[in-house]
Design a protein around this ligand. Structure first.
Ligand SMILES: [Zn+2]
Length: 185
């Protein structure tokens, strides 16, 4: 969230949606999908979404129940599925897997889902009002993330080379995925 007139943190050509009031500006950069619809349709349109990580009615137990219902799904795919829990983008999914020490291709049924969901909520809340998200706690450029976008670079924790692959719910919807082969099992 920016104040009106404040310098944008990324180039204007990457902005996809801008919402502005008299005292705040929210800019969506690099959004994969933007849909606009009348407020009256909100309940119906969003009924498929899982519990909202940033919502006042957050229900972690329900998110865990939904994840556990598909125990063979790869955890990186399950956490990004907005029907399980709503709010995590691909970057934070990758980072949550690193922070929990989980290889992204592990089946959800082998993962401590309650701990992963709890961490996801803490990470997303910590970044709610930040212009540039960080999971390392370091806001300096190039130091904000543990694994995402760092293929071939050294793990910040153990020094191993960060690996890269593509995972998704099907052969078309593949997302860039990064992990440390040593820290994540
Ligand atoms: Zn590592």
């Amino acid at each position: 969230m920016l104040r009106p007139g404040q310098r944008w943190p990324r180039p204007a050509h990457r902005a996809r949606a801008i919402l502005e009031t008299t005292d705040a500006t929210a800019i969506g950069f690099d959004l994969g999908l933007v849909e606009v619809f009348p407020a009256a349709e909100e309940d119906e349109r969003l009924a498929y979404l899982g519990p909202d990580l940033l919502g006042p009615d957050w229900d972690g137990a329900e998110a865990v129940r939904r994840l556990a219902a598909a125990p063979h799904a790869q955890i990186v795919v399950a956490l990004a599925d907005q029907r399980n829990l709503a709010g995590l983008g691909n970057v934070l999914v990758n980072e949550v897997c690193f922070l929990r020490g989980i290889r992204p291709d592990r089946p959800a049924g082998e993962v401590d889902l309650a701990a992963a969901v709890d961490l996801a909520r803490r990470v997303i809340h910590a970044n709610r009002d930040r212009v540039e998200r960080t999971t390392t706690g370091d806001t300096r450029p190039g130091r904000r993330l543990w694994v995402y976008g760092r293929a071939g670079e050294s793990c910040r924790r153990c020094g191993a080379r960060i690996e890269h692959g593509r995972y998704g719910p099907n052969a078309v919807e593949l997302r860039e995925t990064y992990w440390c082969p040593n820290c994540q099992r």
